[in-house]
Design a protein around this ligand. Structure first.
Ligand code: MSP
Length: 472
């Protein structure tokens, strides 16, 4: 059998116009769980993340702060790295779009496309939302405003370089329909196919005349590269790609691009178009997450309802935070978080659910005639594995929590502390079953709660345990 290529999973690269927030953490933790799962299956994994550091939005923010753009983005990129460390994000490489190797590759790609007539000079007119760094159509607006940023986009007309799109539309639609470029969950596939079925893709503006903070076009340095073109190429440059079509990295194509629903359309149009023009395979999958809301509304500075990820980490710890994010709702849908609800879930599922189960059973196991020797597990609980193979993160986690709840109920029903006095044989078998269950659960929890899983395995080995999660 031919050797499998490494599994490539990516997060979006985050804009550095602000500090990382819980929405960014959500996407990144999800990617980390999938990456860890694949590693545990024995697959070689390349997991990339990073920061998107060019464009007008960041230029303006740096000016506001009275900082040089490079100094400003250096500081912000570090804030993302620090947060990923706290969340135990085990990425392979963190890419920044201001790295010189990335810039050189972007230049080479643009020159290549220009030389082949795929990029040409023209003018572009449209409504531009700086928040999205995207042109908007009338259909995208609600009451004349961008729904994601709650402000009206600005009319813009300028000389620009454009990339051909119409030529790839049919092929693109076909690939999405056939799941060769799989868009999941299903509703997002329907959304993008309905968009592609109703609109003729316009050629995309790939340069800006009035943005200084960007990569100058090699064939016309009075323009800088449109930030999305620059950003998309990170998915290849992170692998060390130099921009030459002949040197495709062995990890490509990406197995999964994890993205939020607000950046689905660009990922399902501009990015695959760029790849097709380069003669490279398109990404295999776009896995789309919904938004994190707070108290039913989009988090915003104006509403003052933003949940601080630092506060969440301080209160619930790393694994607690990872659990609360991944279990918060159906993956793909919008997910509503409040501190109160998170505290309730933490107490119910972590302190009482898994915490109690492990401490009760390990304590009871002291009364076993011979010490429990956990068998080397052959792999994951099959139902759990099937869910995670399909990247159904919240469902997989729910499956495990059902097992935990069932084990706790089994203890309550069997009352092993009474059996210990009346029926040693039955007691032994009840505890053996529970210990085995816990071993299976700990194994399954590895991708989600790596430290907790390790603590449980240690408790099973040593026959003693400290509380896994303190009640709040
Ligand atoms: N820089 C672009 C992505 C370029 S990828 C080639 C960008 N950056 S972003 O910082 O604005 O958003 C990055 C990701 O964070 C997106 O997937 C977005 O959906 C996600 N989130 C930002 N706010 C969010 C929530 N409140 N909830 C969940 N995810 C959200 O777009």
């Amino acid at each position: 059998m031919p050797e499998q290529k490494p599994f490539l999973i990516t997060t979006p690269i985050y804009y550095v116009n602000g500090r990382p927030h819980i929405g960014h953490a959500y996407t990144t933790v999800a990617a980390d769980c999938i990456a860890r799962y694949q590693k545990l299956l024995g697959r070689q994994v390349f997991f990339s993340t990073g920061t998107d550091e060019h464009g007008i939005k960041i230029q303006k923010k740096a000016e506001e702060e009275g900082k040089e753009p490079q100094a400003f983005v250096d500081e912000m990129a570090q804030a993302f790295r620090d947060l990923w460390d706290k969340l135990e994000i085990d990425y392979t490489r963190f890419i920044r779009t201001t790295e010189s190797a990335h810039i050189a590759a972007v230049e080479r790609v643009l020159q290549d496309l220009y030389d082949r007539g795929i990029i040409y000079q023209g003018t572009y007119e449209g409504l531009y939302c700086t928040g999205c760094e995207q042109f908007k159509t009338e259909d995208d607006l609600v009451d004349g405003k961008c729904p994601d940023h709650d402000r009206a986009p600005e009319p813009m007309k300028e000389e620009s370089y454009l990339m051909k799109m119409t030529v790839i539309q049919q092929e693109l639609q076909a690939r999405i329909e056939r799941d060769e470029l799989c868009v999941t969950p299903e509703k997002y596939k329907a959304e993008i196919l309905s968009f592609l079925g109703s609109e003729t893709l316009e050629d995309v503006s790939i340069s800006r005349k009035n943005v200084k903070w960007g990569i100058p076009l090699p064939f016309d340095p009075s323009h800088t590269t449109y930030v999305w073109i620059d950003a998309f190429l990170n998915y290849l440059t992170v692998l060390g790609w130099d921009g030459n079509r002949e040197n495709v990295p062995e990890e490509w194509p990406a197995d999964v691009h994890l993205i939020g629903k607000d950046i689905l359309r660009v990922h399902a149009t501009i990015w695959p178009a760029l790849l097709m023009h380069l003669g490279l395979p398109t990404q295999k999958k776009l896995l789309v997450n919904g938004f994190i809301l707070s108290g039913g509304r989009k988090m915003s500075k104006t509403l003052g309802n933003a949940i601080s990820v630092e506060e969440v980490l301080e209160r619930f710890g790393t694994d607690g935070t990872r659990y609360l994010l991944m279990s918060a709702g159906n993956f793909g849908d919008d997910v509503d978080l409040t501190m109160e609800r998170m505290t309730e879930t933490y107490n119910a599922h972590l302190a009482n659910g898994i915490g109690n189960l492990v401490s009760r059973v390990v304590k009871l196991s002291e009364k076993l005639a011979a010490p429990f020797l956990p068998q080397k597990l052959e792999g994951f609980d099959p139902e759990f594995a099937e869910l995670l193979d399909g990247q159904k993160l919240s469902d997989a986690l729910q499956h495990i929590w059902a097992r935990i709840a069932a084990a706790n109920k089994y203890i309550d029903d069997e009352k092993p502390w009474e059996l210990a006095k009346t029926d040693q044989g039955r007691f032994e078998s009840v505890i053996q079953k529970l210990l085995t269950d816990i071993a299976v659960i700990a194994y399954a929890l590895q991708p989600f709660l790596p430290a907790t899983s390790e603590k449980i395995e240690k408790a099973l080995r040593e026959g003693k345990t400290e509380p896994l999660f303190q009640r709040i």
